[in-house]
Design a protein around this ligand. Structure first.
Ligand code: TYD
Ligand code: MG
Length: 463
């Protein structure tokens, strides 16, 4: 007879406690303990036995060849880039993001591409087979679907396992982990227990058969549905699909990757034929730019290993009531505060009675200090109502004394700016560093923000 008992599990970190707690003692999250019924399964049906995979014998490091993890390239280069180059067989990847951002679309596109060469099973617990078929028709211009793409609406993991054994696909896509459940576990789909058990079982399946698995996981604004953090430990790779729902750009970002670099970013655009890869994101982000308008500056932040050119907009307007407001859109608010303080104290800008709005165009989020100078310049440009030279990019971190600080990967940034036709770059002075910068652009080194502005506003020309 199986015994059952109650337990409380933290939705965020998975900490278990026999008693209910107002605050998780492991991760400190308030109100995150969820009651679960634990049924101790009879020993014989324990899933533990299945994890003995054929090659899990200790071997010498030198004996292990690296090409044991060949990657599968399936023809979506932005996605492959984020994964660190192709899908690793036997890996398990979680894709999460806000509802409606395009996770199902992205993975259905992956399934369509992948099935041109290999076998795919797409399991959905959210949409009917008909709905998915209709979406698939929108996403492809092929006349006929591949015979390698199988579709099923199912939420019961035991049933899904049955299909997997029958079909033996190369790729499993599960939409979503929160709708999947194991019937023997006495809790409903989407709870911590179910999410964790389901993904553990899928991981074991992936590792023992070499099938790659993609899971979709929802996150609400407060991360309330069965803690994504619990899941993050179980999977190999975690990708976030993000973007402003009212704008068409979507960024696929890797936040954990056992097989590649994290912070790699893929850029897509949501169209009426699904997500299109944006091959040249800088060009796209600058497409709507108004040249010679005050309050606009071009920054070159790095997204992963790739430099991007983005427009930063600043607007200042006299405060009409109470404290001046600072609004940062796509920027770190504290960074904006710091830059504003430097502009006031070190450069004498009278921003104390001004509301300040700073915005990154295109729905991108920048947290890199290398964009400081462009943010400062956009605000200063709006305040002075004077445009920054149109063919000029501004790169540099601002220090509290109003100095410009060195930033990494300068060459890559300059190359990207050069490619897009910019003629001038203002960068921090490279102290104690020798060697010319290989660039056909006019590269101006500035010690301070003040000097940088002097060049950016073209004041050296008429003085
Ligand atoms: P979806 O993939 O269902 O989001 P998620 O799985 O993350 O919840 O995508 C939802 C949005 O994408 C929906 O609002 C409609 C839009 N969309 C397009 O704009 N074009 C398309 O071709 C498709 C398939 C969806
Ligand atoms: Mg969906």
């Amino acid at each position: 007879m199986a015994k059952s008992r109650h337990e409380y599990v933290c939705r965020e970190c998975g900490y278990r406690s026999p008693k209910s707690l107002g605050r998780c003692i492991k991760c400190g999250e308030w109100d995150s303990m969820e009651e679960v019924m634990v049924v101790d399964a009879p020993k014989s049906v324990s899933a533990k036995k299945s994890y003995v995979v054929s090659n899990s014998v200790p071997r010498r490091l030198g004996e292990i060849t690296e090409d044991e993890n060949p990657r599968i390239y399936f023809g979506m280069s932005e996605m492959e880039r984020v994964l660190g180059g192709g899908i690793v067989p036997g890996s398990i990847t979680l894709i999460s993001g806000d509802p409606g951002i395009g996770k199902s679309t992205l993975l259905l596109q992956t399934a369509l591409k992948f099935s041109e060469t290999l076998k795919v099973l797409y399991v959905s617990g959210e949409e009917s087979e008909r709905q998915i078929k209709m979406r698939a028709k929108r996403l492809t211009d092929a006349e006929k679907f591949s015979d390698n793409l199988f579709l099923v609406t199912e939420t019961n993991l035991d049933a899904i396992h049955g299909y997997l054994v029958n079909l033996n696909p190369d790729l499993l896509i599960l939409d979503s982990i929160q709708t999947t459940y194991i019937p023997t576990k006495d809790s409903s789909a989407g709870t911590v227990t179910q999410v964790r058990e389901c993904s553990s079982m899928l991981r074991e399946y992936a590792k023992s058969t070499g099938t790659s698995v993609f899971l979709i996981g929802h996150v609400t604004k407060d991360g309330n549905i069965a803690g994504p953090r619990t899941l993050e430990h179980i999977v190999d790779t975690v990708l976030y699909l993000e973007g402003d729902r009212f704008q068409s750009y979507r960024l696929l970002r890797s936040v954990k990757n056992r097989f590649g670099a994290t912070s790699e970013v893929g850029v897509f655009e949501m169209s009426n034929m699904g997500l299109l890869e944006v091959k040249n994101p800088s060009e796209a982000f600058l497409a709507e730019r108004m040249v010679n308008a005050a309050g606009s500056a071009i920054a070159v932040p790095m997204e992963g290993t790739r430099p991007l050119l983005v427009e930063i907009q600043g607007l200042t307007s006299p405060t009409s009531f109470g404290n001046p407001r600072r609004t940062a859109n796509g920027l770190d608010f504290n960074r904006l505060q710091l830059i504003t303080a430097v502009l006031i104290r070190r450069l004498g800008y009278r921003l104390g009675e001004q509301d300040i709005f700073a915005n990154v165009v295109g729905g991108l989020k920048i947290d890199e200090p290398a964009a400081d100078l462009a943010i400062a310049a956009a605000i200063a440009s709006s305040m002075r109502d004077k445009p920054i030279q149109a063919d000029c990019v501004l790169i540099g971190e601002i220090g509290l004394s109003g100095e410009l600080r060195a930033i990494r990967q300068l060459e890559a940034r300059l190359n990207e700016a050069e490619k897009l036709g910019f003629r001038k770059a203002i960068i921090p002075k490279r102290l104690g560093r020798k060697g010319e910068i290989a660039s056909t652009m006019e590269v101006i080194e500035a010690r301070t923000v003040k000097q940088a502005f002097y060049f950016a506003f073209g004041e050296h020309d008429n003085s």
